[in-house]
Design a protein around this ligand. Structure first.
Ligand code: PMT
Length: 222
């Protein structure tokens, strides 16, 4: 790959869908395949970055040159992200982290005897914790998976989480977003919105990194 514009950067990327255990054999999960996060990891490594890939279980091979940190649950992802945060010059949170987990994990497989009720508790907000604990200059990019009013909701998320940028994808569109090979997004900052048109996730990953490099440079220049 010709452009090594990320040489010297250490990029911490989260990918995949976390799994929150219900009992020894069951979990709450989501439809994330990890493809978006892995495409970002591969693209960043090609461009010369050191890549730390914190990943929930996926069916994908670890991209060449990436350091792999496998996790399963949201709490483990949070621990891994915060442990590696001091090394990171950039964080890209592409993972679909569970927002809720069962408050209680059954020690034995739950028997199929009539209806049961699961009580859920919220998980920790990993991106928010990363923003709170980052060193000055560490550029943090979150994703926003929206199904309605994408731009409006993402703007609110950008401010609430305190991130430098947010990659908004409308996950209600057929053939895009979760568990597909293609995606489309808007790269949103407090003062800009750049449309990244539908393309294979590998191509979109490079476009996201282009925007990240430019924004990080502009931030430094201010
Ligand atoms: O994996 P693929 O099949 O390729 O699909 C890609 C994708 C649709 C999963 C990806 O493009 C995407 O949108 N990832 C973010 C999914 C998500 O959980 O979005 P959210 O709007 O719920 O969360 C916003 C941000 O907060 C995300 O950066 C998320 O990683 C982060 N988060 C969420 C919950 C939580 N408890 N802690 C977090 O840090």
């Amino acid at each position: 790959f010709a452009v090594r514009d990320l040489a010297g950067e250490t990029i911490l990327i989260t990918a995949g869908g976390t799994r929150e255990p219900i009992d020894p054999v069951r979990f709450l999960g989501n439809r994330s395949s990890g493809k978006m996060g892995y495409a970002l990891a591969e693209a960043a490594a090609q461009r010369g970055a050191r890549v730390l890939l914190v990943s929930a279980p996926t069916a994908l091979a670890v991209p060449p040159g990436c350091e792999f940190v496998p996790i399963i649950e949201a709490a483990e992802m949070q621990q891994a992200v915060l442990a590696h945060l001091p090394e990171a010059t950039m964080v890209i949170a592409a993972a679909a982290v569970a927002d809720f987990r069962p408050s209680h994990v059954a020690a034995q497989k739950i028997k199929r005897k009539g209806p049961i009720t699961l009580t859920l508790e919220p998980t920790e907000d990993i991106v928010r914790a990363a923003v709170a604990q980052r060193a000055p200059g560490t550029f943090v990019i979150a994703f926003a998976a929206e199904t309605e009013d994408a731009l409006h909701n993402a703007r609110a998320k950008l401010l609430r989480k305190g991130v430098d940028a947010i990659v908004v994808n409308d996950v209600s569109l057929p053939g895009l977003g979760f568990d597909s090979d293609r995606n489309a997004a808007i790269f949103l900052t407090e003062s800009s919105a750049v449309d990244l048109p539908e393309s294979p996730k590998q191509v979109l990953a490079h476009r996201i990194l282009d925007e990240a490099v430019q924004q990080k440079r502009e931030q430094k220049a201010v």
